[in-house]
Design a protein around this ligand. Sequence first.
Ligand code: PRP
Length: 218
Amino acid sequence: MAMTYSPLTIALTKGRIEKETEHLLTRAGFDLEFMADKGRNLIFESPDQQLRILLVKAPDVTTYVRHGVADLGVVGKDVLMEHPTGYLEMLDLNFGLCKFSVASTEAYNPNDHKRKRIATKYPTVARDHFNRKGEDVEIISIQGSVEIAPVIGLADAIVDIVETGHTLVANGLSIYEDICRISARLIVNKAALKNKPQVLSFIRQMEGIVGTEEVPFK
Ligand code: PRP
């Protein structure tokens, strides 16, 4: 008797990298017609029931994969650095390129010995970065619009994502230090990798398309 498997389930990050992920899936030969007209739907299944796509917020991609309700996930390295456990990172997809940087106003002195206040949406990344430099900093966690924090006096500097740099410029900030390159990654649930044959073939297929060579950011 032929074995039947539940659909290959992929959690995709809504927003910035959504289109590029869909483009990649199409290049891999998947017909995504079933999600052409998304409306407000967040879950999509192909008519042949081979593929299921969940559209979720970036940090939740890791949660769905960790709990095994998604076999695979596509999410930025920024999110993985902040939520580093419960999945295997399989592939650098080489799109969604940006970087983590430390930025502030002209008034910032990175060599100041006082304990710095760093505002960020990425407390783990920020703490790890300053720890590596041997600096104990106060982390102020905020949810967004981080760029105003040094301007308004909430923090001495920020740790945030920089893509075009336009948001920094618009708010009178400049980069003092780059932390690392960020790109979209393919992650997998460990049990799914072991037990669902189509998961490994999917990963191999993606590898064939994007290659294993890292595309640099700028
Ligand atoms: C990110 C980041 C910056 C901006 C950088 O925010 O926090 O604000 O993008 O992009 P740029 O260098 O091209 O200007 P995002 O747009 O993801 O919104 P969020 O604050 O809601 O997370």
